[in-house]
Design a protein around this ligand. Structure first.
Ligand SMILES: Nc1ncnc2c1ncn2[C@@H]1O[C@H](COP(=O)(O)OP(=O)(O)OP(=O)(O)O)[C@@H](O)[C@H]1O
Length: 589
């Protein structure tokens, strides 16, 4: 089924619903409320479910949107349609200011931070005289088109759900793009994303602003739907409820936000309507039952109801075909460049008292495969992290083609031509192989968020996906291209990481234990691929524990022990080096 068909069907159903003869007006009000909550939840899907940034404070952004329009429309008589961009601007600006402070927080400090400013803003709304303090602002004018004034819930329904649909399409477009892949990679930590050029702080701020703008839109609609605005719906309790909605629906899915809003709002309404009848109006029993039911729902469908429901419906969305003819421009190589490609000179890394890398020096030439070996804890991965900018050096110098790269951010290192894989695989498990590999080409595309939302990024996207497809086929995983990365074996995932690194069109490929978890034949295929890459002009620096693999493949080997370089030479020389034998036998003893 084409991607747009379910959206069109949904739009048709939502258009028809209020036109059903005899539809109770109360139901329309309920649908209006669902639409308003769905907008906020959709932002939370992107922020929390996709980007991994938990926020309890989204209701405050609704407040910014609602108060902006209510104030301007009542005090200055500005037309609501003119206040729309201003409401979004105020919510977005507040998000920039709060986001700059908040997105730098990690772990539980981030949600705590959002609770803190959620509460502060709630009290701010209720204390400002010009916003009417606790009473708020009343007599907000309705939305109108020509002579049609949207006083009743039936007419504003179409505006609310039109906005929900437009926002859903824009959000899905954003997620299915270069920027979207960068956002989706955030949840797995920033290291892998940054190693391929993603500016993670900027990506986090972007989703933060996007979610706030959607909440601001919901607030703007709310103000003209209720026609009065006071602080209560923008407080911390509402913030918690929005997060609940996103999680119940399925925090990683755009339609999960819509479904979650429907479930929570209908459930609340049903309980509020029927429980007092059953239990004789005992105070607020419905809140307790509501809480228990939500917890039960999360037990039944921990990923949210949307993924559970869509697994029951056997509909397959057809992915658009990758245009194999689209091609990215390869990196410009300096043909006459002399000297080593990579020069590590007395590189040092200390973690407190531990000297992980102790004044290590070695070089990698163009068209050379160098292996970095040593017993566990020798400092190999730390050396990789120093070269790729994940760690800063304590001393020494690292150069790529004579250009210093020590302490350069990982995004600059990959831009200059070093791409890597990781000892502990860092793929996004719920993204396909194609999408994971395309992250490797992040810096080779340039479509931004706005272009992607409007789907004007297709030419750029076609080139990135074609390159990713080529690299996946090159490493022999063409058959797995549409599989989720998390469903592959660990060995295959390592190969996917190599394809992702190749997508960056590197001059130097850093592979951390690429053969771990591979079967004999797979190792042979990998060795053949690496030789082919070398013969094509690429250099490879690899860390590997499989000595047979290393001895057979490497042109030169550098041996580390306790952070110090103890030997360097050809595989034959290393095999018989007494220092190396002692280090390995010592490690085995
Ligand atoms: N972030 C850190 N903080 C403190 N010590 C660290 C840190 N990272 C590494 N080390 C220490 O530095 C030393 C080198 O570790 P490293 O992971 O580089 O070794 P390795 O050669 O890659 O080992 P393995 O083959 O087991 O992966 C070890 O003693 C390790 O405990």
């Amino acid at each position: 089924m084409p991607r747009w068909l379910p959206i069109l069907l949904f739009a048709a159903v939502m258009t028809a619903l209020p036109l059903i003869p005899g539809m109770p007006p109360f139901w329309i009000v309920l649908l209006d409320n669902i639409g308003l909550a769905a907008l906020v939840a959709m932002g939370l899907v992107l922020l929390t479910g996709v980007g991994g940034l938990t926020s309890f404070g989204q209701a405050a952004f609704c407040g910014f949107g609602a108060y902006t329009t209510a104030y301007l429309a009542t005090v200055y008589g500005v037309s609501p349609w003119l206040t729309l961009p201003l409401s979004l601007l105020v919510a977005g600006t507040a998000a920039v200011l709060l986001g700059l402070m908040t997105v730098r927080l990690s772990g539980h400090y981030l949600p705590l931070g959002t609770i803190a400013w959620g509460i502060s803003l709630y009290y701010l709304f209720s204390k400002l005289d010009f916003l009417g303090r606790n009473d708020g602002i009343s007599q907000v004018p309705p939305l109108s088109i020509g002579s049609l004034q949207m006083f009743d819930p039936e007419t504003i329904y179409f505006v609310i759900w039109g906005m929900v649909l437009i926002s859903a399409v824009l959000t899905m477009n954003l997620l299915d793009s270069r920027t979207g892949r960068a956002i989706r990679a955030l949840r797995r930590g920033h290291i892998a994303a940054e190693a391929f050029g993603v500016q993670t702080a900027r990506a986090k701020l972007l989703v933060f602003i996007y979610a706030a703008v959607l909440a601001g839109l919901s607030g703007w609609l709310y103000a003209h739907f209720q026609r009065n605005v006071n602080p209560t719906p923008f407080g911390p309790q509402a913030g918690i409820e929005y997060l609940f909605i996103a999680v119940v629906g399925g925090a990683g899915y755009v339609w999960g936000g819509v479904l979650g809003a429907a479930i929570v709002i209908i459930l609340k309404e049903v309980l509020q309507g029927y429980l007092p009848m059953l239990f004789g109006g005992q105070g607020q029993l419905e809140i307790i039952v509501f809480g228990i039911l939500l917890v039960l729902l999360l037990q039944l469908a921990p990923g949210g109801v949307w993924p559970w429901l869509s697994s029951l419906i056997p509909i397959k969305i057809r992915r658009s075909r990758v245009d194999a003819s689209a091609a990215l421009t390869p990196r410009e190589r300096t043909p006459g460049a002399t000297g080593p490609l990579l020069k590590v000179e007395r590189a040092r890394k200390q973690f407190g008292g531990v000297v992980a890398v102790n004044d290590v020096s070695f070089e990698v030439d163009a068209r050379e495969i160098v292996a970095l070996i040593g017993p566990n804890g020798a400092g190999k991965s730390t050396t990789f992290n120093l070269i790729t900018g994940i760690l800063t050096t304590t001393g020494g110098r690292i150069e790529l083609h004579g250009k210093p790269i020590d302490n350069a951010p990982p995004q600059d290192v990959v831009q200059l031509g070093i791409a890597r894989t990781f000892q502990h695989v860092k793929l996004v498990p719920d993204m396909t192989v194609l999408e994971n590999v395309a992250i490797g080409a992040h810096l080779r595309g340039n479509a931004g968020a706005l272009t992607s939302m409007l789907r004007l990024d297709r030419a750029d996207e076609a080139k990135l996906l074609a390159e990713a497809t080529r690299q996946i086929e090159r490493v022999g995983l063409g058959g797995e291209i549409d599989q989720l990365a998390g469903s592959l074996s660990l060995g295959q995932q390592r190969i996917v990481e190599i394809a992702r690194a190749l997508c960056a069109d590197p001059m130097l490929l850093l592979l951390d234990e690429p053969a771990a978890g591979l079967r004999h034949m797979e190792k042979q295929r990998l060795a053949a691929l690496l030789r082919q890459l070398r013969d094509g002009g690429m250099s490879v620096l690899l860390v590997e524990h499989d000595m047979g693999f290393v001895m057979d493949l490497a042109d030169r080997i550098v041996v580390l022990d306790f952070g110090t370089r103890i030997a360097e030479g050809t595989p034959d020389a290393i095999k018989t080096n007494p220092e190396v034998i002692k280090a390995y036998l010592g490690a085995l003893a």
